[in-house]
Ligand binder design. Structure first.
Ligand code: HSE
Length: 337
């Protein structure tokens, strides 16, 4: 497969590292041979139809802060020009989440689909703002639009949901979908102040570039929109979600819950009638009462009841594995070579 990567932050770089270290494994286990023909970052681009030298790309990013010096072609090109100048079948969209207008990810995804490329996005913004429209365009163009890394990091939540739903119907999705806020709430149970816990969460590298996206519940809301569309078949966007974050949670609330065998968790809930994000008091024995940066998603099925999947919900390397999963799925289903 020939791929273009847009956005070369933590996830993009972890993905390239994974490609280098797992090249033989991916070829042997899945017949997956990936050629990175272009990478675009915020300062420029590197393009090579023969395939970029990934060691050189990583070195340039480290030393000069951009991939643009890693190839003699492409250093001033934007993504549209890059797509037009190389033969590629798939775009990996890994720029930062922007909830105002989804840019630059929105334009990247639209351009790629218009020009016949499958898309794998780990950027939540465009999906949160316009998932029904983007899915329609991809379907109309008969192209893949994959996004398993947008919810749960490396945790295969969407694949799990699909498997659970075979022969049954998912009627409700509930989840602890944000590692940063879950870390803060857990550390507050340990006795830390909110601001101390937030600094620790930022140090762990889980928080968004702007941590108010985490604290306000908006990051959870983005992931909930993706789940509601994909798992429940709802046509919703961020505008349809009632969102309350954790800024109003006081140490006394946490203490009181703890004293009665309960705990406070920021939970996203979607079912037939509503879609909301809110701190809820749940039993400490509830499968959603995960600690620290863990995520947990519970699906309620019409006949078989509640099923929960839990694991590390973020991180560069973890999210990069979700991109690999999507590439394998594109190869298997669309017979891209
Ligand atoms: N800021 C997010 C979190 C990163 O804390 O879960 C993963 O989407």
């Amino acid at each position: 497969m020939n791929i273009i990567i847009a956005g070369f932050g933590t996830v993009g770089q972890s993905f390239v590292q994974l490609l280098m270290s797992h090249r033989e494994f991916l070829k042997k286990a899945y017949g997956l041979v990936i050629k990175v023909v272009a990478i675009v970052d915020s300062k420029g681009a590197a393009v090579s139809q023969r395939g970029l030298d990934l060691n050189l790309v990583m070195r340039c990013k480290r030393e000069y802060g951009t991939v643009a010096k890693a190839a003699s072609v492409g250093y001033e090109m934007n993504l549209l020009e890059v797509i037009r100048s190389v033969e590629a079948d798939t775009l990996i969209e890994a720029t930062h989440t922007n909830l105002i207008n989804g840019e630059p990810g929105m334009t990247h995804i639209l351009n790629a689909l218009q020009l016949g490329l499958n898309v794998i996005t780990v950027n939540k913004g465009p999906l949160a703002l316009a998932m029904p429209m983007l899915k329609e365009i991809a379907e109309h163009k008969k192209l893949a639009l994959k996004f398993s890394g947008t919810v749960g990091g490396g945790l295969p939540v969407l694949a799990f949901a699909k498997e659970c739903a075979k022969g049954d119907r998912v009627v409700k999705v509930e989840g602890v979908l944000n590692g940063t806020t879950n870390y803060i709430l857990t550390r507050m149970e340990d006795g830390l102040r909110f601001d101390e816990a937030l600094v620790e969460a930022q140090e762990k590298g889980y928080a968004e570039r702007d941590p108010t996206l985490d604290v306000s519940g908006m990051d959870t809301a983005c992931k909930l929109v993706i789940l509601a569309n994909e798992v429940l078949g709802k046509r919703v966007t961020l505008r349809d979600v009632k969102v309350e974050g954790i800024a109003g949670i006081k140490p006394e609330d946490i203490k009181m819950a703890k004293g009665t065998g309960k705990t406070v968790r920021l939970i996203g809930v979607a079912d037939e009638s509503e879609v909301f994000v809110k701190p809820l008091i749940i039993d400490q024995s509830d499968p959603l009462a995960v600690k620290y940066t863990y995520n947990a998603i519970t699906l309620t099925l019409e006949n078989s009841g509640r099923h929960t999947i839990t694991g590390k919900g973020a991180g560069g390397r973890e999210t990069a594995t979700a991109i690999i999963r999507d590439l394998i799925s594109i190869k298997e289903h669309l017979l891209v070579t």
